[in-house]
Design a protein around this ligand. Structure first.
Ligand code: ADP
Ligand code: ADP
Length: 226
């Protein structure tokens, strides 16, 4: 099955705000996909639904073929921790933890012993080119390095998909380009990645683009090429 499937999904917030309407989309294993659209078009809402942080008010969200509606909140939290990695614009690292300890928080729900946590966190930091920064705290790292640590944290559990919300939004363009290159490299190595961005240049450089406008899919480069 697809990693994530949105089947005629709608999300209406209280106050009759139709953030998403009739959205159907499949994210397949191995894809690198950009979700683009202006502010208010529904990108964050879509990411929250894909990440099972929110539930649709219409339609079905499936994660690895399973209807998310069949899971209770606690079950869903466990599935989310194992299957989905999140990357945010503002990194969301914990200030008093080292880079390696921040990465290890991605394993909190995995029942992994301390030595194994250290081993996997070190390996994840090496994958993002930051093996030499393992003992640094966030304040000692540049913006690009912080985002790489956040990406390592998203990867450390071996998720089925990484969901990145404006991952370059807080970085200057050269640093942002480096982070994007890293995401491409991880995708080449097999990681499925969804990137939310309002930057059309970034979107144009990725293999598939889904454009949102007023809560609907206005264009999907994958369906256009079929
Ligand atoms: P984007 O990420 O593209 O900026 P959002 O998904 O954040 O779009 O928002 C889509 C629409 O839904 C906007 O009109 C926004 O104001 C509204 N919205 C988003 N989240 C909420 C919420 N929790 N409650 C009410 N309205 C919301
Ligand atoms: P972004 O620009 O990254 O989409 P937003 O400012 O749209 O960020 O949203 C930030 C957070 O606030 C999200 O969790 C979103 O769901 C929530 N949000 C957005 N619009 C509203 C709203 N009108 N009412 C309540 N919450 C909202």
């Amino acid at each position: 099955p697809p990693v994530i499937e949105l089947d005629r999904v709608g999300r209406t917030y209280p106050g009759r705000v139709h953030a998403l309407r009739g959205v159907s989309l499949r994210v397949r294993a191995g894809e690198l996909l950009a979700v683009v659209g202006p502010s208010g078009s529904g990108k964050s809402t879509m990411l929250q639904l894909m990440g099972t942080l929110d539930r649709p008010t219409e339609g079905v969200v499936r994660l690895l073929g399973h209807d998310v509606a069949r899971w209770g909140d606690r079950q869903l939290a466990a599935v989310r921790a194992k299957r989905i990695g999140f990357v945010f614009q503002q990194f969301l690292l914990t200030a008093h933890l080292t880079a390696a300890q921040n990465v290890a928080t991605g394993l909190l729900y995995h029942g992994v012993g301390h030595a194994e946590q250290v081993r996997r966190s070190t390996e994840a930091l090496e994958r993002v080119g930051l093996g030499h920064r393992a003992a640094h705290r966030p304040a000692q790292l540049s913006g690009g390095e912080k985002q790489r640590v956040a990406i390592a944290r998203a990867l450390v559990s071996g998720p089925a998909v990484v969901l990145a919300d404006e991952p370059t939004g807080a970085l200057d363009s050269a640093t942002g380009a480096g982070v994007l290159d890293l995401l491409r490299q991880l995708n080449d190595e097999g990681t499925t990645i969804v990137v939310i961005t309002h930057d059309l240049g970034i979107a144009a450089s990725l293999p598939r683009r889904v454009e949102l406008l007023d809560g609907r899919v206005r264009h999907d480069s994958a369906s256009a090429s079929r």
